[in-house]
Design a protein around this ligand. Sequence first.
Ligand code: ADP
Length: 480
Amino acid sequence: MADQKKMFINGEWVQAENGETLEVINPATGECVGVVSYGDGRDAAKAVEAASEAFKSWSKLTARERSKYLYNLYELVRNHRDELAGIISAEMGKPLREAKGEVLGAADNFMWYAEEAKRVYGETIPSSVPNKRIMVIRQPVGVVAAITPWNFPVNMVARKIAPALAAGCTVVLKPAESTPLSAIRLFELIEQAGFPKGVANLVVGKPELVGQEFIDNPKVRKIAFTGSTRVGKLLMEGVAKHVKRVSLELGGHAPFIVFDDANLDAAVEGLFESKFRTSGQMCICTNRLYVHESILESFSNKLVERLKKTKVGDGRHKDTEIGPLINENGLNKVLEHIQDAKAKGGRILYGGNRLTEGDLGKGFFIEPTVIVDVTPEMKISYEETFGPVVPIIPFEDEASVVAMANDSNYGLAAYVYTENNSRCLRMAESLEYGIVGINDGAPTQTQAPFGGFKESGIGREGGYYAMEEFLETKFVSFGI
Ligand code: ADP
C-alpha cells in the first residue's frame, strides 16, 4: 500500500488527531492510488489557529513581498506540470491533455495574482466639510477557509488561494475527499516556494465536521466554496448566524443554443468542449442543447459522427478524449437520468449505456449519449446531470429559445452559436447567466470574472473581481 499522505498545518506535515485514513481510488481502474490521513474538526481548528497567527505578519508584508512568494509558486507549478497532471488523471480520471491544461491554468492564476497583489488601490473622496478628509483603504478580510471539489482538483484550489494570499489573507484549504493527492502535492510546492508557516494550511477530513468548524470558528472570516448547490446552501445558512462572508460557485444547467445561421462544424466542436470535457462533470457543462428546427437533423448527424470518432478510456492513455465518471454514485446518477428520459418518451440517438468491455468494466465509464424527443418533465431538463449526456430540444425562434433557456433555477453558463452580430448582442444581454460563450464553447480565462446568477452562486472568481472577494473596504475620516 502507498505511503500515508499527511496534512499541512502551520508549516508541518502532520497526521489527523483521530488517526483515521482514507483510500483514494482511480475511477478508471478501481485501484487504490494513495492513502491519506483523514481528519475532522479538530484538525481544522488547529489549522485555523495557525492561519490566524500567520495573518498578523502576512497581512503586514508589502504587496511586493507577497507577490514574490506567489511568483515562486507559479514557476514551481509550471515546472511540475506533467507530474501534477499525472496525479490528477490518476485520482479523478480526466485525460492527461486536459489535466495538463488544468495545471497550466492553475500556474497562470498564481502568476496573475502575483501581479494583482500590487494593485490593491484605495481612494480619496472630496469631503463636504472643509476640515475633514475622506480616505478609503482596502484590507484583507482575514482567515479564509476554502472548500474545493474534485472536478478541477488543482485549479479550483489555485483560483481561491491565489487571490486570497495576494490580498493578504491566510488560508485553510479542505480539498474534496476523492482528490486530495494533487492538493497535497500542490502544498508540497507551496512549502518549497517558501511561504511563511501558517500562511497556507491543508486539512483533509470529513466534510461535515471540517465544514462545521469553518462555520463556527470566529477566526474564520470568509468561506470560499465550489461544489453543489445543496452544500452551498448549507454553508450559506450556517455562516448567516455569524454574518461571515461567503463566495459560492455552485451548480449549473447550461443551455447551448445553435441558430440556423451558425457555423455547424464550429458549433459541434464548441459543444464537444462544453459538454464532454471532464466527462461532462463541469459546472459550466452544457445540459440542454437547443437547435433551430430547420437544422435539427443536419446538426444531430454531425454530432453523432463526431461522437463515433471519440475514444473513451483511461485518462492516462494518450488518445483518450473522455475519461470515466468520478465514482459509482456519479455513474448511477447519469444512468438514472437516461432511464428517466427513456421512461418519459425520450429516444436515444447515440450511446446510452455503461461501458463494460475489457478493462473498462473495472471503472465508471459511460458512452457519450445523445437523447432526442426531450420534454421539460424529464430530470435531464432541469437537474444537473454531471455526465456525457446531451438532450436535444428543437426551437422555432429567438424569443422562444430565450424563454426556455432562462427557465432554470441555475444561471452559471450559456452558449450561443450564430453568425449574426446583432443577434449575438441581443442573446448576450437576454440570457440570465453569469458567463455567456458566443461562438465559444470554453469561456474561461484567468482574468475574466467567473460565477453565476440565481442558485449558481454568489461572488466571482477570476481577474480583479476575485481580489474584491478577499478585501474589506475601510473608510478613514481625517479631521484636520
Ligand atoms: P459533489 O457532489 O460534486 O461532490 P459537493 O458539494 O458534495 O459536490 O462537494 C464539494 C466540496 O464540498 C467537497 O470538498 C466536499 O467534501 C465538500 N462538502 C460536502 N459536504 C459538505 C458539508 N456539509 N460541509 C462542508 N463541505 C462539504
